[in-house]
Design a protein around this ligand. Structure first.
Ligand SMILES: Nc1ncnc2c1ncn2[C@@H]1O[C@H](COP(=O)(O)OP(=O)(O)OP(=O)(O)O)[C@@H](O)[C@H]1O
Ligand SMILES: Nc1ncnc2c1ncn2[C@@H]1O[C@H](COP(=O)(O)OP(=O)(O)OP(=O)(O)O)[C@@H](O)[C@H]1O
Ligand SMILES: [Mg+2]
Ligand SMILES: [Mg+2]
Lengths: 154, 158, 154, 158
């Protein structure tokens, strides 16, 4: 594995593990480099275990747990690779109220380092934005965007 | 580096002209089902070079053009302009499409080819930009990829 | 096409169109039987047009519009085929507040004819149930179900 | 015909015994992420004959068994009993699994084979029962099927 990518992967794995524990309130998450005989059998595997549960396959994670794992990996990669912006379309849809608050707080924190544009129906996420846009249909079939004053709205 | 504003003309449900300044921090886009929120993500992905019909949720390029409503006529071309700011440096990426001319790309007013866009994006540190575009219903998909696919998506960032 | 299925398809198409218009507040939805040369190229196609919009492919429908179209077709088929029960796992996740209320009211209405078991995080859906179960982890990793008294909860 | 009650023992995250009576009208199942709501749908699908690992979200049959926690030991077998009522007639469908015996089905106490279950379900007018089981994230999938696939799923109802 190229050293640049190898080093980066170590950093991503460390951040992924931190963010996973932060979002799920415990447990563990790891990235494992699978070294196959050839380039084609190697890859990056994910191991994720929610708090208090036994080790299991990713398919056994619940819908919300899969979203939180995906969000943790995404933010870890964005941070290590210094990706300057992200556009997230309803990534909070499967979260319960408790995990939604943790996600919204994390997005708020990351928005100080990178630009976040999020489409959402969930109030906790809207409330933490710097700018809020409302999209409506000014006539059926024609989209219109209006800025919403967050002070009025909150 | 951040997106300072997005201008849309005749793109999908955005008939007429629209001008959206974004916050360098967090911008939330809200609204009823079918109002056009995901179409904004499509516009951002398209102007930054996205070419997969599946990702753009179209079956023909024609479907990028505003189809018209009872009161407004259909658009003959669509035009998306992205203004990017990196402290005091500003640059624009523009993409237009019409059935006659096809899709045309510009960087700071100069016409460029799709393959040149990759270089422009690398300069703006947007190299992995579609890496951090998560479409509706796709957040869990990032962990369902096969290990090799995941490795290749990560390697492109470095 | 066998007459039994042919007749049923006509009934399903009629109900699908009614339910679609009811859930989306207008527009039109049709089922079309594609008759190919052989059995293998025939099939049932869906055409759906939200209110005020032009005819377009299903892929252009938004996430919420796709959910509403899927729900309309499902309820139409259940009614015509007299399917006695349905289990729906977070089918309301992509709906905005307005469409959520229409879905919850529809579910309430259908629950007088068939049994519905729904997993949900949305309050409007919970409030219309006859019985409400809360699933928790009594210790991490061990699920526990408790009946929730709807009167207290409302 | 409706599900009067579901009893679970050692099935996925439901270690120990659980007894859930359902309303003949609408029952809502709520709770935090990862608490076990979708595992209830899996139990209902499994006892009614579902055999696809993907639909059951497992990679080995073993994963149907309660894996245990810090305080409770893992289950050696899992047992799901479904009580169905049709006005005054009551019948039960039961399915057990253990690594030694494999999966075993019963109808009203009589051992049956998987292919016999189809006949039992038709008698109970549950013929298309998995038709109306919509897993998490699958509601839009019902409209994304290819026309032939959709036709075949509908024909099985009649
Ligand atoms: N070329 C086009 N011309 C006009 N309208 C279009 C075009 N392409 C798509 N649309 C419309 O855009 C709408 C979908 O918009 P979009 O997917 O952005 O909705 P959304 O706000 O994300 O909704 P949801 O909350 O349900 O996800 C569709 O109803 C479709 O009719
Ligand atoms: N065989 C098993 N033994 C013990 N626990 C299991 C087993 N199989 C799955 N689980 C656990 O069940 C949990 C998932 O449950 P489930 O998918 O039902 O959650 P859910 O309530 O639907 O959550 P969400 O709201 O996120 O969809 C996982 O965290 C997993 O650890
Ligand atoms: Mg959308
Ligand atoms: Mg679930």
């Amino acid at each position: 594995v190229g050293t640049l990518f190898g080093n980066a992967l170590t950093d991503i794995a460390a951040r992924f593990s931190d963010l996973f524990r932060h979002l799920l309130g415990g447990g563990e998450a790891r990235l494992e480099l699978l070294e196959g005989d050839s380039f084609w059998d190697s890859g990056v595997d994910i191991v994720a275990r929610p708090p208090g549960k036994k080790m299991q396959s990713l398919a056994q994670l619940s819908g919300g747990e899969q979203s939180l794992t995906g969000i943790s990996l995404l933010f870890a990669c964005m941070e290590v690779a210094a990706v300057p912006l992200a556009v997230l379309d309803e990534v909070d849809a499967a979260l319960d109220e408790y995990n939604l608050l943790r996600f919204a707080a994390l997005a708020r924190e990351y928005a100080t380092r990178l630009q976040l544009i999020v489409m959402t129906h969930r109030r906790a996420t809207m409330e933490r934005a710097d700018v809020l846009y409302g999209v409506t249909m000014s006539e059926p079939g024609l989209s219109q965007v209006v800025g919403i004053n967050l002070e009025d709205w909150r | 580096m951040y997106i300072e504003r997005l201008r849309l003309k005749g793109f999908k449900s955005f008939g007429g002209s629209h001008d959206l300044p974004f916050s360098p921090g967090m911008t939330a886009v809200v609204g009823p089902n079918g109002s056009g929120k995901s179409n904004i993500l499509d516009a951002l992905a398209w102007v930054l070079g996205e070419g997969s019909p599946m990702k753009l949720r179209i079956s023909r390029q024609q479907e990028l053009l505003f189809q018209g409503t009872a009161a407004s006529s259909a658009a003959k071309e669509c035009d998306v302009i992205l203004t990017l700011r990196d402290s005091d440096r500003v640059s624009t990426i523009r993409r237009t499409f019409s059935p006659d001319t096809g899709s045309v790309l510009f960087h700071d007013g100069q016409k460029i080819r799709l393959q040149d866009l990759d270089e422009v994006k690398r300069m703006l540190r947007l190299g992995g930009e579609t890496f951090a575009f998560i479409g509706q219903g796709e957040v869990a998909e990032t962990i369902r990829q096969r290990p090799l696919q995941r490795r290749m998506r990560l390697e492109v960032l470095f």
